[in-house]
Design a protein around this ligand. Structure first.
Ligand SMILES: Cc1cc2nc3c(=O)[nH]c(=O)nc-3n(C[C@H](O)[C@H](O)[C@H](O)COP(=O)(O)OP(=O)(O)OC[C@H]3O[C@@H](n4cnc5c(N)ncnc54)[C@H](O)[C@@H]3O)c2cc1C
Length: 421
C-alpha cells in the first residue's frame, strides 16, 4: 500500500468523507485553514450516498416522541413495519433502546424540537449561500415535501401536531381528496390527503457530494481516499498525531466525522458516544416514470419517494442489526409494496441501484457537535440520524467556529458531549 509523505502539521484533519465531513472541510477551508479529509473508502460511500436527499427543515419532531413505542409495536404486529430490531444479546443495543424509550416523553420532545428548529433553520440559511454562489447544483430543487396519508385520523392528528410547531414558523397546507391528486397527479385517488410543507427542498445526494468534493479540491482541500484511520497516537494542546494504514499524520486539530463508525474511532478517549447504526434501504430507478414531481413521504409506511432529474428513489426502513450493509430482499420489497399503496403507477424498471446505508443515531435523536473534553484539538461531528443532509452546513460551520475559537451563532449546548456523562 502506498504510504503518504509527511503532511503539513498546521493542517486540520477531518476523518470521514461523508456529507458531514465535507461540510466541516468546507467551512474550515473558508476560514483559510489547510484541510485534509481521510476516508476509508471513497468520498460519499457511506450513508451520504443512497439517502433520500431531503433538506427537510420542517422536520422538527425527533424519533423519540411520546407514544412512539406503542405506535411502532402496533405496526410490527400489523406487519410491513419499517422498524426491525434484530433479536440478539447485544447489551449496547439493549441499553441504547432503553435510553431511547426513556426519552419518549413530553419534556424531551419540547427540548429536541427547540434544538432542531434552531439548527435546521441555521442550516437552511447556509444552504442558500452554498448552491448558486458556490456554483453547486446537486439537482437541488425547492418543491417542498408532501406528507401523504391513507388514514384520515393520522392526517388530522398531524394537523394538531403542526399547530404546536407554528411558533417555530413551520407551516403546511392541507390537501384532501381530489385536491391531493390535483397537486400531485402520480398519487392514487383513494388516499385521504396530504400536508404540503412548501418551504422544504431536495437534492440528488451522489451528484451533490461529487460537486461539493470538486469544489473543495479546487479550494485546496486534500483528500486521502482508501486510507483507514486506526488510532490516535497522541493529542497534545499544540498538535494531534494519528495512525492510519498509510502512515502517520500530525495536525493542528482533528474532526471525527465518521458517521455510524464514529464510536469505534473514539475508543480510548474516555468519551461516550451512545450511538446505534440505523440501517436504511433505497432503490433508485433509472427514469422518472410513475414518480411524484414533489418529494413525498408515505406516512403510514415511512417511505420516501424523491424525484431526480433523470430517475427516482424510494427509501426508508429502520433496521437495528449492527454495522452490516448487506441487502435483505424482503425490506427492498417492502419499499416497492409501500409505493404501490400510494402511487397510481409506481416506478418499476429499470433499477439503477439497490442500496443500504447506516444512519448514525443517538438515543436522544440530536447530533453531537462538540470539542472532546480535555482534548483541546479534537472535535466530534456526528450522530445526525435521519437528518445528516439537512444539518450538514450548520454542523460544518459550528465546527469551524469552535476550531477558530469563535462563538457559534446558535446555542449548541443541546449537541454537547456532556449530555452522555
Ligand atoms: C435510507 C436513508 C435515507 C435518508 N434520507 C435522508 C434525507 O432525506 N435527508 C437527510 O437529511 N438525511 C437522510 N438520511 C440520513 C443521512 O444519510 C445521514 O444522516 C448522513 O449521510 C450522515 O452523514 P455522515 O457524514 O455522518 O456519515 P457517512 O456518510 O456514513 O460518512 C462517514 C464516512 O466515514 C468513513 N469512515 C468510517 N470509518 C473510518 C475510518 N476508520 N477511517 C476513515 N474513514 C472512515 C466512512 O467510510 C464514511 O464514508 C438518510 C439515511 C438513509 C440510510
Amino acid at each position: 500500500m502506498e504510504k503518504i509523505a509527511p503532511n503539513n502539521p498546521d493542517e486540520i484533519i477531518v476523518i470521514g468523507g461523508g456529507v458531514i465531513g465535507l461540510a466541516c472541510a468546507h467551512y474550515l477551508s473558508v476560514d483559510g485553514k489547510p484541510v485534509r479529509v481521510i476516508e476509508r473508502e471513497t468520498v460519499g460511500s457511506g450513508a451520504s450516498h443512497g439517502n433520500c436527499g431531503l433538506i427537510f427543515i420542517s422536520h422538527l419532531l425527533p424519533l423519540c416522541a411520546p407514544g412512539v413505542i406503542r405506535h411502532e409495536l402496533i405496526r410490527i404486529f400489523r406487519r410491513g413495519s419499517p422498524l426491525y430490531v434484530k433479536p440478539s444479546p447485544n447489551l449496547f443495543r439493549l441499553a441504547w433502546l432503553l435510553r431511547f424509550a426513556a426519552k419518549c416523553n413530553p419534556q424531551h420532545l419540547e427540548h429536541a424540537v427547540r434544538a432542531r428548529a434552531s439548527i435546521l433553520q441555521y442550516s437552511d440559511a447556509l444552504y442558500q449561500e452554498l448552491f448558486e454562489p458556490e456554483g453547486i447544483d446537486g439537482e437541488h430543487e425547492r418543491k417542498g415535501v408532501l406528507l401523504v396519508f391513507r388514514s384520515g385520523s393520522d392526517m388530522e392528528r398531524y394537523g394538531q401536531t403542526l399547530a404546536g410547531l407554528e411558533r417555530f414558523g413551520i407551516e403546511a397546507k392541507a390537501f384532501r381528496g381530489a385536491a391531493l391528486t390535483d397537486l400531485e397527479p402520480s398519487l392514487r385517488g383513494d388516499l385521504y390527503g396530504g400536508w404540503h410543507h412548501s418551504h422544504d427542498s431536495h437534492l440528488r445526494p451522489d451528484a451533490f457530494i461529487r460537486e461539493w468534493k470538486n469544489l473543495l479540491v479546487r479550494n485546496g482541500v486534500q483528500f486521502e481516499e482508501n486510507c483507514i484511520f486506526q488510532r490516535f497516537v497522541s493529542s497534545r494542546p499544540e498538535s494531534v498525531t494519528l495512525q492510519t494504514d498509510r502512515g502517520v499524520f500530525t495536525a493542528d486539530a482533528c474532526v471525527i466525522a465518521a458517521g455510524a463508525w464514529s464510536p469505534q474511532l473514539i475508543r480510548g478517549l474516555a468519551v461516550r458516544l451512545p450511538m446505534q447504526p440505523g440501517k436504511g434501504y433505497s432503490i433508485t430507478f433509472a427514469n422518472s416514470l410513475g414518480c411524484p414531481k414533489i418529494p413525498c413521504i408515505f406516512e403510514e409506511r415511512s417511505v420516501v419517494a424523491t424525484p431526480f432529474r433523470n430517475g427516482c428513489r424510494l427509501g426508508g426502513t429502520m433496521e437495528f442489526s449492527g454495522h452490516g450493509t448487506h441487502l435483505v430482499k424482503k425490506r427492498l420489497e417492502n419499499l416497492r409494496k409501500a409505493a404501490g399503496e400510494y402511487l397510481r403507477d409506481p416506478p418499476a424498471e429499470p433499477v439503477a441501484e439497490q442500496w443500504a446505508g447506516l444512519r448514525p443515531i443517538m438515543f436522544d435523536d440530536l447530533p453531537v457537535i462538540d470539542r472532546v473534553p480535555d482534548r483541546p484539538n479534537l472535535y466530534v461531528a456526528t450522530g445526525h440520524g435521519m437528518m445528516g443532509v439537512s444539518l450538514a452546513p450548520a454542523t460544518g460551520r459550528i465546527i469551524a467556529d469552535l476550531v477558530a475559537g469563535r462563538d457559534p451563532q446558535i446555542d449548541i449546548s443541546p449537541f454537547g458531549l456532556q449530555r452522555f456523562r
